[in-house]
Design a protein. Structure first.
Length: 121
């Protein structure tokens, strides 16, 4: 019976700690960072696809809503269906930065969780 009195609080404490860790690992910030990483990865693939097909006659580039807004600002005389490599490269660079930032924040957040967990040992 004495061992139950000693072990039960440990088990309950561990259960609470695991619940707290799960809440930290799967909170809204973490899920948002994961979604940002996935979205940036998809965007990178689409932008790379546009660049790879830039020389194909009649190729219609894949566009995002924000890119469509940018296309409306296109100066007269430039076809909206034409891919401008420089524009695609700028988009790719911005997207890479967005991806790296989300990945860095995610890494920092998981590092904090790791540090918190290791303090208990």
């Amino acid at each position: 019976m004495i061992w139950i009195k000693k072990i039960l609080p440990l088990i309950l404490g561990l259960s609470l700690a695991l619940a707290a860790v799960e809440e930290i690992l799967f909170d809204e910030v973490t899920l948002r960072l994961e979604n940002d990483i996935k979205e940036a990865t998809r965007r990178q693939a689409i932008i790379a696809h546009n660049i790879a097909n830039a020389e194909i006659e009649g190729y219609q580039p894949i566009r995002f809503e924000e890119e469509l807004r940018e296309l409306r600002k296109t100066p007269d005389g430039v076809s909206k269906d034409r891919i401008v490599i420089e524009d695609e490269m700028v988009k790719m660079t911005k997207n890479r930065m967005r991806h790296q930032t989300a990945l860095k924040l995610y890494t920092l957040k998981t590092g904090v969780v790791k540090t918190v967990l290791s303090q208990g040992k």
